[in-house]
Design a protein around this ligand. Structure first.
Ligand SMILES: N[C@@H](CCC(=O)N[C@@H](CS)C(=O)NCC(=O)O)C(=O)O
Length: 214
């Protein structure tokens, strides 16, 4: 059976991306959850992941680390699950958006770390961070206009939605205002059953990691 190694669910945004793609594929899998920010975290992750990072997917002899590589592996392994859009132009666009997330938005990641079960009052963001939020909102609005929503590429979620799900969580946690189509999209992603399953697990976690909470 497939195994996915993830960081604990309150904080691990990269793990959430890989895990959501796997959960959305609706295939049986086992999960190993490693608490982040503990004295033995690095050693525990290295037992499974050569990069020392999570998520990592284990399929028999094959280990795939890195969320985007996991998404591509699952897309190839389960072609019927339509994890990327069917149309090749749409697929190229979805891949570009997932890659933009994967390699960018460092200010938002640093300033607003994912704490999926928390909510704080709004505090103005640094201009660089607000500019990244604005870019993400523009991406969403453009996709939703073209596809008709409720997900970025139409009626069904795809890998691109999984990649932006941690942003939906951050906007919620830090009460960052968005309106119109972007707000409707956040509500859709937040209600997506695989995301709600992750949130329910996160709510049961008792760990409070200093680095993430302070
Ligand atoms: N580019 C990697 C990033 C993975 C990453 O940075 N994961 C964090 C957790 S969200 C991690 O493993 N941290 C190790 C640690 O906290 O010791 C991916 O997409 O999978």
């Amino acid at each position: 059976m497939l195994k996915i190694v993830v960081g604990n669910k309150k904080y691990s945004s990269w793990s959430l991306r890989g895990w959501l793609v796997l959960k959305h594929a609706a295939v049986p899998f086992e999960e190993i959850v490693v608490p982040l920010d503990m004295p033995d975290t690095a050693a525990s992750i290295r037992k499974y992941s050569p990069s020392g990072r999570v998520p990592a997917l284990i399929d028999g002899d094959v280990t795939v680390w890195d969320s985007l590589a996991i998404a591509e592996y699952l897309h190839e392994k389960f072609p019927d699950k339509r994890l990327w859009p069917k149309d090749s132009a749409q697929r190229a666009r979805a891949r570009a958006l997932a890659a933009e997330m994967h390699s960018g938005f460092a200010n938002l990641r640093n300033d607003c770390s994912m704490k999926i079960v928390q909510q704080y009052p709004y505090k103005a963001l640094r201009p660089e961070t607000q500019a990244e939020v604005d870019r993400i909102v523009a991406i969403w609005e453009d996709c939703l206009k073209q596809s008709g929503g409720p997900f970025l590429f139409g009626k069904e979620p795809c890998i691109a939605d999984a990649f932006y799900a941690p942003v939906v969580s951050r906007l919620r946690t830090y009460s960052i205002p968005v309106s119109g189509a972007a707000k409707a999209y956040c509500d859709t992603v937040w209600a997506w059953p695989p995301l709600q399953a992750w949130v329910a697990d996160a709510q049961r976690e008792t760990l409070r990691a200093k680095f993430h909470e302070d």
